[in-house]
Design a protein around this ligand. Sequence first.
Ligand SMILES: Nc1ncnc2c1ncn2[C@@H]1O[C@H](COP(=O)(O)OP(=O)(O)O)[C@@H](O)[C@H]1O
Ligand SMILES: N[C@@H](CCC(=O)OP(=O)(O)O)C(=O)O
Length: 377
Amino acid sequence: MPIQSLLDFRDPSICKRLVIKIGSALLVDATGQVEAEWLRTIVNEIATARELGIEVVVVSSGAIAIGAKKLDFPDGGRRTLAEAQASASVGQIELASVWSKLLAERRLVAAQMLLTLDDFESRRRYLNISATIRRLLKSGVVPVVNENDTIATGEIKFGDNDRLAARVAQACDADGVILLTDVDGLYDRHPNDPEAERLAEVRGITAEIHDMADSESGSGVGTGGMTAKLLAAEIADRAGIALAILDGRPENPLARAMASQAGTIFVPQREDSGRRAWIGGRMRFNGSLTVDDGCVTALRDGNSVLAAGITRVAGNFKRGDIIQVLDVAGREIAKGLVEYSADDVEAIMGKQSGELEAILGHAPRSAVIHRDHLVMM
Ligand SMILES: Nc1ncnc2c1ncn2[C@@H]1O[C@H](COP(=O)(O)OP(=O)(O)O)[C@@H](O)[C@H]1O
Ligand SMILES: N[C@@H](CCC(=O)OP(=O)(O)O)C(=O)O
């Protein structure tokens, strides 16, 4: 399926709302300067899209790469966390100012949104993100999003902006995500290998597809390599959103991509409702349940998680938390909203439904995770 038929940023009947993510390697040159002339060509493309009635949200990397050069900090992996965070705060103000200036040249207003992974994991904050982006778009503003790197660390961090872009797309119900990077799509092995071949289209991000990707950034300034882009493609897929990985290096990269057959398009294979897509895109959990093989089969047939199929409980979750469901080999097979605390599940696991009331001392819920709140991976 050609990219144009899913992600044409020149046709609002195909793609009304688009998230465009720009990687560090494209935005910042080796001396830490923003590639302003190149960026101006993208801003022109965004302005053209807006004139046609297409709404665009930008996810822009680059703050750390800009700031680290300004502060004369070491490259990539050799920086301390404090140096990376200081770099982000110095770089972000410049990044925002360049976006604001270039968009203003095309009479567009820029809005800065700095978000962390936690903001997407809390349902209330996620809905606030959604409402703010929608309101900005309604006023013709171009939101420019980045991770709030000065405060986000370790397990509360996306790290790469690819998954951030997919979560933003999910939050604002976009039709598509374009990841502009320094390679023209997903190759069947690292593109340094002369035998590597590009995949034009992917339907379903299988283990075989994941195996093609490397998490090393080719440029050294990006984060997460192709691995992060595939995780982003999975999040988009679950939300029914098309995602493309395109070569951002030439000027006017969007128009060029539309005119050629380059890049990789991930054609969505499912469309979960907003709430289910939010559950499916979650990345942090307060715990997990391990279930037996019979339960895995039942879940794949669309059933709920019952106490009888649970063999192990981990973590300290409360009723209403989103937790992982694992098979006996430890593979994640589902995520869902749990109806009991970890202590209660510990008490009832392995028991038949008829035994639960006596153990709990009150009428049990119909399931430990009801199928309406369960998203299969
Ligand atoms: N299978 C693959 N196909 C294409 N690129 C790959 C693959 N595996 C790893 N890569 C690397 O991923 C890089 C892009 O990721 P990254 O450097 O994080 O970019 P960005 O900063 O745009 O997010 C490419 O330059 C390439 O070196
Ligand atoms: N949020 C970080 C960028 C994270 C990152 O490196 O992402 P990317 O270059 O897109 O792989 C920053 O602005 O420096």
